[in-house]
Write a protein that binds this ligand. Structure first.
Ligand code: XUL
Ligand code: CO
Length: 430
């Protein structure tokens, strides 16, 4: 029997998150399948490029890599149970560290995944998605799928193959490609065309292998424009969608949109969600937030209710997610206690719960929808409907324009009126 890590910490009392509460006729718990990111919660201990760890994530383990791996799993499941989290996400090497050879690493992964599987059965906690860490080892310094080295590419393939095995074994809903080092530092040494083709070939092989071992879930690209590389190929949602379509990968892939990655790309989170949704590719969300004064990926727990409301508005309008909400977030370096981890998740879960409640209120209120209906009314009848049906020619439209004489100017976009509605719903009603 393992020790208990968190029993002295009071269970957080949620202010808004209540899995049984019905929102638009569906329990909040179903709207919000929350997940713990194995790497941050059980691994990040506050190290940054200026200083050493401030937190202790050794979980009392002594005597080797597998002892620590199991202690992490014990702590992780205890943590998820205490918070009512029903999912986790992992990289292969979060579960057990890399050994000297692929065979030894895979043995470690087999052992730890057996151990985790038992815990999943005992608790009912499930796997949201798995992935391979193709960015930590120095061999990936020039990329994995986009490496200059065909041998490195083979290593990446071996890791993806095993990570897919693990994802299937643990029943993951999805499999993520985050192209952490798939990009470049300078074009002076980069054959961009060859690199992009190779990334696509690797994804194709991953789909073929995944389907051959019974993986029925979605593959995801998680776009991010930069960091660690100066430029990353999966820059943003639109770029990733174009790439997937160009390579015929769009039937098997969707996107995993991360809030902080959106802001690094110079977009709002809402924008990235909308782009994914209108292309039928909104799969899953990495629920965090950045600091707009900083140009890097701070992976903070989400607390901005305006942003979670607009995010949930997009999710509700898209009919929900096939994936879930992974808190790809870590406590700040000075928040170095176990108690801080609970506050962090309670903050994130409540922020999304309140965002969901407010987004549902915006939809039920109906004024935003009514305005949109009115705004685009000219496309539903007459010449607008004819254009939309696709049967129009430029000549006929030109004739039509001439017959109009001077066209009426468009109506006001009424942005401030709409923003008042959002504020009214955010702050004047519970
Ligand atoms: C890095 C990031 C990753 C992915 C999984 O910015 O978001 O943790 O979510 O590799
Ligand atoms: Co992420």
């Amino acid at each position: 029997m393992h020790m208990e890590y968190f029993k002295k910490i009071p269970k957080p009392v949620f202010r808004y998150y209540d899995p049984a509460r019905l929102v638009l006729g569906k329990p909040m718990g179903e709207h919000l399948p929350f997940a713990m990111a194995w790497w941050h919660n059980l691994g990040s201990a506050g190290r940054d490029m200026f200083g050493a760890e401030t937190a202790d994530k050794s979980f009392g383990a002594r005597g080797g890599a597998m002892k620590l791996a199991k202690a992490k799993a014990d702590a992780g499941f205890e943590f998820m149970e205490r918070l009512g989290l029903r999912y986790f996400c992992f990289h292969d090497l979060d579960l057990a560290p890399e050994a000297d050879t692929i065979a030894e690493t895979n043995e470690r992964l087999d052992e730890i995944s057996d151990y985790i599987l038992e815990k999943m059965k005992a608790t009912g906690i499930r796997c949201l998605w798995g992935t391979a860490n193709l960015f930590n080892n120095p061999r990936y310094m020039n990329g994995a799928g986009s490496s200059d080295s065909a041998e490195v590419y083979c290593f990446a393939a071996a890791q993806i193959k095993k990570a897919l095995d693990l994802t299937v074994k643990l029943g993951g809903r999805g499999y993520v490609f985050w192209g952490g080092r798939e990009g470049y530092e300078t074009l002076l040494n980069t054959d961009m065309k060859l690199e992009l083709e190779n990334v696509a070939l690797l994804m194709r092989m991953a789909v073929a292998y995944g389907r051959s071992i019974g993986f029925k879930g979605d593959f995801y690209i998680e776009p991010k424009p930069k960091e660690p590389m100066k430029h990353q190929y999966d820059f943003d949602a639109a770029t990733a969608i174009g790439f997937l379509r160009a390579w015929g990968l769009d039937k098997d892939f969707k996107l995993n949109i991360e809030a902080n990655h959106a802001t690094l790309a110079g977009h709002t989170f809402q924008h990235e969600l909308r782009v994914a949704a209108i292309n039928g590719m909104l799969g899953s969300i990495d629920a965090n937030q950045g600091d707009l004064l900083l140009g890097w990926d701070t992976d903070e727990f989400p607390c901005d209710i305006y942003e979670t409301t607009l995010a949930m508005y997009e999710v509700l309008k898209a009919g929900g997610l096939s994936g879930g909400f992974n808190f790809d977030a870590k406590t700040r370096r000075p928040s170095n206690t176990f108690e801080d981890m609970f506050h962090a998740f309670a903050l994130g879960m409540d922020s999304y719960a309140l965002g969901l409640i407010k987004a549902a209120a915006l939809i039920e209120d109906g004024r935003l929808d009514a305005f949109m209906q009115e705004r685009y009314a000219s496309w539903r009848s007459g010449i607008g409907a004819e254009i939309r049906s696709g049967g129009m020619t430029l000549e006929r439209l030109a004739e039509r324009a001439e017959s109009l004489g001077r066209p009426a100017p468009p109506e006001s976009g009424r942005q401030e009126y709409l923003q008042r509605i959002v504020n009214e719903i955010l702050f004047e009603r519970a």
